[in-house]
Design a protein around this ligand. Structure first.
Ligand code: SAH
Length: 223
């Protein structure tokens, strides 16, 4: 990096964290994780100039890497503890998984496009994120072999929370996902599972308005 580029990068970096704070992210551990994970390593080379801007950006297979604010917000709402095991549905670039990995013991992330899963796995390995496992598959089915999960995050929108995911959430566990129709209003929701005398119940809290790519059933037929 030339001196000028480095200076530009440092200014962008300060702006990146400032934007997150100004928009209301207060959890110091989350801010630190956002600072530690270089988003530039997860965006396509054509979008490098915008890597630190608070924008969602296109990645391969017609998908997107979420806006940093939304990544930080969803992460903060998960209230992660260092001993937690987390399931992510929708690996995409692997950026959200990398942020989660700084705050939890283990992250299992599922992606329905083989290309994205393979690229994210390589990228995360190269970046030294060794507590993340990327799985190519249908995240709507979750990962029953590895359940229960303390936390679940879904990074694609659906009208209803997939039943298999609720099932695989530990008692007292939190699941964060964007809920709403494909082309209509979507909100982040926080689902908390609690034990009841005759099983379990899920409390739902509606949070901020968002726009996400759809959660689609099955593995992608394209690459
Ligand atoms: N968390 C990602 C954002 C990815 S966008 C990041 O940080 O970059 C949402 C992703 O969810 C897309 O890659 C899409 O292919 C994936 N997806 C949609 N439905 C899915 C499903 N049923 N199982 C697994 N992944 C799914």
């Amino acid at each position: 990096m030339t001196d000028e580029n480095k200076q530009r990068h440092d200014i962008d970096r300060v702006g990146f964290l400032l934007t997150l704070r100004q928009r209301g992210i207060v959890d110091q551990a989350v801010l630190r994780a956002m600072e530690q994970v270089p988003r530039a390593a997860f965006v396509p080379s054509g979008a490098l100039a915008e890597a630190q801007a608070d924008l969602a950006l296109p990645i391969a297979c017609g998908q997107t890497i979420s806006q940093p604010y939304v990544v930080a917000y969803m992460t903060e709402r998960l209230a992660l503890k260092p001993h937690h095991r987390v399931l992510e549905v929708g690996t995409g670039s692997g950026y959200q998984a990398a942020v989660l990995s700084k705050l939890a013991r283990e992250v299992i992330s599922i992606e329905r496009f083989r290309t994205l899963a393979d690229q994210a796995r390589e990228r995360l390995k190269a970046g030294g994120y060794d507590n993340i496992e990327v799985i190519y598959g249908d995240g709507m089915a979750g990962c029953p072999d590895r359940a229960p999960f303390d936390r679940i995050i879904v990074t694609a929108a659906a009208e209803e929370a997939p039943a298999a995911l609720i099932e695989q959430l530990a008692d007292g566990g939190i699941m964060i996902m964007p809920r709403g129709p494909h082309n209509g209003p979507q909100h982040i929701v926080k689902l908390t599972k609690r034990q009841t005398p005759d099983g379990s119940a899920v409390d739902e809290e509606r949070l901020i308005a968002v726009r996400f790519v759809p959660l689609l059933a099955g593995q992608a037929r394209e690459l």
